[in-house]
Ligand binder design. Structure first.
Ligand SMILES: [Zn+2]
Length: 381
């Protein structure tokens, strides 16, 4: 699927739609106008059916949006930054800047989606009941009941305990809470995802080949089944990495004792006076009274033409502290890297309890730890 088309912001969160959404709205409109609504509510004009069908399709996507807004707002409440929301062919996605770091947060962020869908379903069906059962009101009632019923179905489908569905994340949170182990939770919810995805794909394939099969339902099951199985496999494949990270602390993977840059020195002076080692790709910037005020990265230095290095103070090129992730040496490495994934600056400052900067952490720590783990495992075979 291609790039999202931006549609502005909701509650400060960017919203986009995939181009497939327009195709899906067109498809639903045609099917509902020509087959669905004429069968469920008879005796209206062709124009009325087309308007009703378009409104129904839009209502469906608006309630999918309500589902994603639920995820986004609860995530933000849990202190997880939300990058954007997007609607696509299969519903929607909320892109968060990091994963939830406790089972409770994972549970709340996931469960709210199906709750939002179920609430939409109940409200829409309730509204349909209020409308008189005659004339155009009857057709409007049919539209509301259809959208409401579909929302209840989506709430139930999403609660199937298999990754990457919301129910899979709820299952993962429950296992994580019960065992205290996020990796066990990942394995089980991923395994359930593969099983459910494969079963659905198999059923879709059988239905498609059967002479009495409903081909639309079969194609839907095939698409959703393959999507679930592929995403769940991806989750299982990432588990060895998680295992390598188990029990590790930030202090074991950080680049310790990075050279510091006084805020007022120029980049040129800093590069000439500091002793730079290849493992250090980020340098804390220190104020006159010794406090950290930002982080200068090697990448930022390289992005500036060398002839400007003589004039540019380190402070001006550094990222200010409020844009940099700060972690403690005794924090879990997995949690720290989850927070770093999607953060604006791809380096974290490692600051001890007494406020001293003791290191920097960057995503290459992941590769190093996995490499170490694999080497140790091979050595022990
Ligand atoms: Zn969801």
């Amino acid at each position: 699927m291609g790039k999202d088309i931006p549609l502005g912001k909701i509650a400060g969160i960017r919203l986009g739609v995939d181009v497939t959404v327009f195709l899906a709205v067109m498809y639903y409109t045609v099917v509902l106008a020509t087959r669905g609504f004429p069968a469920w509510s008879e005796g209206h004009s062709t124009t009325a059916y087309w308007v009703a069908a378009f409104c129904g399709s839009m209502l469906l996507y608006l309630s999918l949006l309500a589902h994603e807004i639920g995820h986004a707002l609860v995530a933000r409440d849990e202190g997880i930054g939300v990058h954007s929301m997007a609607l696509n062919l299969l519903g929607g996605v909320t892109r968060m800047e990091s994963s939830p770091t406790t089972p409770g947060a994972e549970f709340r962020v996931s469960v709210v989606g199906p709750i939002a869908s179920a609430s939409c379903g109940i409200v829409l069906i309730g509204l349909a009941q209020l409308l008189p059962d005659s004339g155009l009101s009857a057709l409007a009632g049919t539209v509301l009941s259809w959208a409401g019923g579909l929302n209840l179905f989506l709430a139930a489908l999403n609660m199937i305990p298999a990754s990457p569905l919301d129910g899979g994340k709820v299952l993962s949170a429950a296992i994580w809470k019960a065992t205290g182990n996020q990796i066990t939770a990942h394995l089980w919810s991923g395994g359930a995802g593969v099983a459910v995805g494969a079963s659905l794909t198999y059923w879709g394939f059988k239905e498609f080949r059967s002479p009495t099969g409903r081909s639309e339902l079969a194609i839907g099951a095939l698409i959703v089944g393959i999507f679930i199985a592929a995403s769940a496999l991806q989750q299982l494949r990432s588990t060895p990495i998680l295992r390598a990270m188990e029990g590790r602390l930030v202090s074991q993977a950080m680049a310790a004792n990075p050279p510091t840059a006084p805020g007022w020195t120029t980049i040129d002076e800093f590069l000439r006076s500091a002793h730079l080692e290849p493992q250090h790709q980020a340098y804390p910037v220190i104020s006159a009274n010794g406090e950290v005020e930002g982080l200068l990265t090697a990448a930022a230095i390289r992005a500036v033409p060398p002839q400007q290095w003589m004039l540019l103070p380190a402070r001006e090129l550094a990222y200010p502290l409020d844009r940099v992730l700060v972690v403690r040496p005794n924090d879990s490495l997995l949690t720290a890297l989850q927070k770093l994934d999607g953060a604006e600056v791809s380096f974290a400052l490692v600051v001890a309890e007494d406020g001293r900067v003791v290191g920097t952490l960057d995503p290459t720590a992941l590769e190093r730890i996995v490499h170490e783990y694999e080497t140790a495992r091979l050595a022990s075979v």
